[in-house]
Design a protein around this ligand. Structure first.
Ligand code: SF4
Length: 286
């Protein structure tokens, strides 16, 4: 009988098409939702005929970024903690012809990088941002995050979190992002469709993904390391936007809404405006 590690498992064809095999298997804990999001991302890239030559992956710091770091066969860059959109801005401004997919987490994007996130939305920077929300600091040991629910017991809130979590979708809409959605990692169809819409959108696309984290959120907050139970928890605590329209505020208390929240076509962005200006000035000087 073959040992488990010797058993050959069929590899999804998109893995060898898009990812560096020497970086496989990736570093996510067993049962983590991040792999599901990478799966959706690869399908979206393939459906839109994106290639490693015309697409760049940008990472911040945290679980999501550690896992996507140098995984993409094309160019990828790792930014300082919270500085993912500062780095993406410089790259997209100089190479508007390339697609940029940014992988960030709730700590990277909403705490350390909250300021940069606001301005990426305001500038309507033409990139696709995938924000992996595991509602805790995963990589650094289970500390409370700005997205942790009230009452969550974490390593830094042993008596329970007393702060309200940030509704990141509302922040993105208020700050001016063109496309805004939130899904669970298990919403494969909807998430893949959203990532495709995000890539096709001119302007800043923000997709928050609720990822099950058995190692930290499950263990500390839900007292379980079983991914199936955490997925069940998300099922019980999320409501589709359409369904929410028929529910009362009492019924929606503490529920997380999922769906597509904004799709604006009325805003141009900093990249378009910058290159129009360059052309205009060059025309005047010619
Ligand atoms: S700590 Fe949590 S979010 Fe990070 S890789 Fe492990 S399960 Fe995933």
């Amino acid at each position: 009988m073959k040992a488990q590690e010797d058993v050959e498992r069929p590899m999804h064809p998109l893995v060898s098409k898009y990812l560096r095999l020497e970086r496989m298997p990736h570093m996510a804990c067993p049962g983590c939702g991040i792999g599901q999001v990478i799966h959706s991302t690869l399908i979206a890239c393939d459906d839109l005929a994106l290639t490693p030559e015309n697409t760049v992956w940008v990472q911040g710091v945290g679980c999501s970024s550690r896992i996507t770091y140098t995984l993409w066969k094309g160019d990828s860059i790792d930014a300082h903690h919270g500085r993912i959109f500062a780095v993406a801005t410089g790259m997209k401004m100089s190479r508007p012809d390339l697609n940029f997919i940014c992988f960030t987490g709730d700590g990277d994007c909403m705490a350390i990088g909250g300021n940069h996130f606001l301005h990426a939305c305001r500038r309507n920077l033409d990139v696709t941002a995938l924000m992996f929300n595991n509602a805790i600091y995963g990589m650094t040991g289970g500390q409370v995050a700005p997205t942790s629910p009230v009452g969550a017991r974490t390593t830094t809130t042993p008596y329970g979190n007393i702060e309200d979590p940030l509704d990141t979708v509302n922040v993105a809409i208020a700050a001016g992002a063109s496309y805004v959605a939130r899904w669970r990692a298990t919403d494969f169809k909807q998430l893949t469709k959203s990532i495709k819409k995000g890539i096709k959108t001119k302007g800043f696309s923000y997709i928050e993904i609720l990822v099950q984290c058995p190692t930290q959120f499950g263990r500390y907050v839900l007292n379980t390391g079983d991914p199936a139970k955490i997925i069940e928890w998300y099922k019980e605590n999320t409501v589709r936007l359409k369904k929410a329209e028929k529910m009362s505020p009492e019924q929606l208390k503490d529920k997380i809404l999922i769906g597509e929240f904004a799709q604006r076509k009325d805003r141009t962005g900093i990249v378009e405006r910058y290159w129009e200006m360059v052309k205009e000035i060059q025309g005047e000087r010619a």
